[in-house]
Design a protein around this ligand. Structure first.
Ligand SMILES: Nc1nc2c(c(=O)[nH]1)N[C@H]1C(S)=C(S)[C@@H](COP(=O)(O)O)O[C@H]1N2
Ligand SMILES: [Mo]
Length: 201
């Protein structure tokens, strides 16, 4: 039997799991990049935490894999209005990286940056408390390059543009500093449940 979340053959009038203005993309996983997919191997990948921390640190692929593994199974929501239910990612909780870098009390925000140059800003509170990950597996397989492999940031409770692909690091700041899309009119936080798509929403 096929488990569906609507009524087969009829328009889905209501899905309580969908934030306002979103549709269920089903098995599709659209690729959305403002950048060309880089040729980045695990050996070339590093992840750094710097800025307002007691100890700036860079982890390479093997060092990152020595941290306790952590998985996310749940939904993701893109600002272009598709959502996906029940996706499975695995990697390491950002809490594990931050525990080693030790954010200073003055740190309130972060800019996540990618090996490709993409940036996106987030309140530090959205990156802690078991709600954000560095992930390298999707559905038990290595994360495909076009979806950010070898590793990407995953912040599933915010719109998916916050989940920087090919993530290279986080800089902790004492103020909010708009990233790539945020400088182009998108919302500073991007909470899909409050439909924070554009600045001013
Ligand atoms: N490095 C990088 N990360 C990025 C982007 C990008 O252009 N470059 N696009 C963002 C946007 S707008 C979205 S919706 C998601 C799309 O992720 P996907 O292609 O895996 O669906 O990645 C986000 N992360
Ligand atoms: Mo997006």
């Amino acid at each position: 039997m096929n488990v569906t979340r609507g009524f087969t053959g009829r328009p889905r009038v209501h899905n309580p799991g969908l934030p306002p203005g979103q549709y269920d993309a089903g098995d599709d996983w659209p690729v959305l990049s403002a950048e060309v997919t880089p040729d980045l191997s695990p050996a070339d990948w590093t992840f750094r935490v710097d800025g307002l921390v007691e100890q700036s640190r860079t982890w390479d692929w093997d060092e990152a894999h020595e941290l306790p593994s952590s998985a996310y199974e749940g939904d993701i929501h893109c600002v272009t209005s598709w959502s996906k239910f029940g996706v499975r990612f695995a990697g390491v909780s950002l809490d594990a990286f931050l525990a080693e870098a030790r954010p200073l009390a003055s740190a309130t925000h972060a800019v996540a940056y990618a090996h490709t140059g993409y940036t996106t800003n987030l309140p530090l509170a959205d990156l802690t408390g078991g709600r954000a990950w560095i992930v390298w597996e999707y559905d038990g397989e290595p994360l495909p390059a076009e979806h950010g492999g070898p590793a990407r940031l995953l912040v599933p409770h915010l719109y998916f543009w916050k989940s920087a692909k090919w993530v290279a690091g986080l800089t902790l700041l004492d103020h909010d500093e708009p990233g790539f899309w945020e400088q182009n009119g998108y919302h500073a936080r991007g909470n899909p449940w409050e439909e924070q798509r554009y600045a001013g929403d």
